[in-house]
Write a protein that binds this ligand. Structure first.
Ligand SMILES: CC(C)(COP(=O)(O)OP(=O)(O)OC[C@H]1O[C@@H](n2cnc3c(N)ncnc32)[C@H](O)[C@@H]1OP(=O)(O)O)[C@@H](O)C(=O)NCCC(=O)NCCS
Length: 173
């Protein structure tokens, strides 16, 4: 963990972040909703997402960087820009395979939850996680997330149907 920098993504990260996310999708058994070849956003679209996350009042995007290289990514975005769902934010996170189990995921989550707690709009942070993703579930539970439900056979990955837990944390006052 010594050299890790956790910081908001900037438009200058678009190229590297796009490459990072493509390789995450391509990783076998990646525990993500994207599978090989399915991350199809262009670099320009990546830049637009970064700009949106840095300007919208209910979005935030963080990267973890080691020696100038992106090794992790976490995004939290309100489900709507306006209206009855804008306080509810979906969270996604992934750490490069070579850097897992070193506390980087926890550091990214803690930074993101600090942002959510200070944000006057965000009240609820929610995510879905494959029920066999024990490491991620351990991390989320340890940060106060609660399992609210199980959805059966939502995804088809690894040649089989995969269940997900819906987990959420209330961060508002
Ligand atoms: C899940 C993920 C984000 C966690 O980040 P990380 O940097 O690897 O995790 P950390 O090192 O910060 O912490 C992992 C925690 O899980 C624990 N852990 C590790 N392997 C575990 C396992 N197989 N079962 C249960 N807990 C496990 C660690 O001990 C640590 O807990 P502790 O701090 O209480 O000791 C990361 O592993 C990852 O990107 N995985 C692949 C993609 C993914 O699953 N994304 C989330 C989709 S919902």
């Amino acid at each position: 963990m010594t050299n890790v920098i956790i910081r908001p993504a900037t438009p200058d990260d678009a190229l590297a972040l796009n490459a990072y996310r493509r390789q995450s999708a391509d990783e076998p058994n990646n525990m993500l909703t994207y599978s090989a070849g399915e991350y199809t956003r262009t670099v320009d679209q990546e830049r637009e997402r970064i700009v949106s996350a840095s300007t919208a009042d209910n979005q935030h995007m963080l990267v973890a960087e080691i020696d100038g290289k992106i090794v992790g990514h976490c995004v939290c975005a309100g489900r709507r820009a306006q209206g009855a769902l804008r306080h509810t934010a979906g969270l996604g996170i992934d750490i490069h395979a070579n850097y897992r189990g070193q506390g980087i995921g926890r550091a990214l989550m803690q930074a993101m939850l600090a942002w959510a707690r200070e944000n006057p709009v965000i009240h609820r942070v929610e995510l879905e996680v494959f029920t066999h993703n024990t490491r991620a579930i351990h991390l989320y539970l340890s940060l106060g997330f609660v399992v609210e439900g199980l959805q059966r056979q939502v995804y088809f990955k690894y040649g089989r149907f995969v269940d997900v837990y819906i987990m959420a944390l209330l961060v508002g006052a």
